[in-house]
Write a protein that binds this ligand. Structure first.
Ligand SMILES: [Zn+2]
Length: 157
């Protein structure tokens, strides 16, 4: 999860919402990804999708059995679907996402009996750190927006 957090920081550095992911096989990181939909003009460029694509390329296989994906934020419906298609063994996430989380916060695709899936989900790993990174990002963005409007008078030293 520390490696996923480092990926999230890369997203922040580019002005993207800081979410990072890594794919691990046999204890080794085989692929990384960070959220980058704005820069790539790509609504599917969530951290998980970027990491899944890189992992599949690295292994030369469109399926990723025996692999685990670590991501700083609870996966959305799209990413959960992609991970199930990849037959990923397990996804481990940090912070829950009350707006789009598909591992229990909004819906739980991983416990849906109707879906023929192969992926387990585990949440709450380094949740505070993963969530704080997002909160800090949005706080900084709001502050920048206020400053741009000239609405905030900063106390002079
Ligand atoms: Zn997603």
């Amino acid at each position: 999860m520390r490696a996923a957090l480092a990926e999230a920081q890369k997203a922040w550095d580019l002005g993207e919402v800081p979410v990072g992911a890594v794919v691990v096989k046999d204890g080794v990181v085989i692929a990384t990804g960070f959220n980058q939909p704005i820069a790539g003009h790509d609504p599917t460029a969530h951290a998980e999708i970027v990491a899944l694509r890189a992992a599949a390329k690295a292994l030369g296989n469109y399926r990723l059995p025996g692999c685990e994906l670590y991501v700083t934020l609870e996966p959305c419906v799209m990413c959960s679907g992609a991970m199930m298609h990849a037959r990923l063994a397990r996804v481990v996430y940090g912070a829950g996402d009350p707006k789009t989380g598909a591992a229990g916060s909004v819906v739980n695709l991983y416990e849906s009996a109707q879906l023929n899936h192969h992926t387990q989900a585990v949440g709450g790993v380094l949740a505070a750190e993963c969530g704080d990174l997002l909160k800090s990002f949005f706080a900084a963005r709001r502050a920048a927006a206020r400053a741009a409007r000239g609405g905030t008078i900063v106390a002079q030293p």
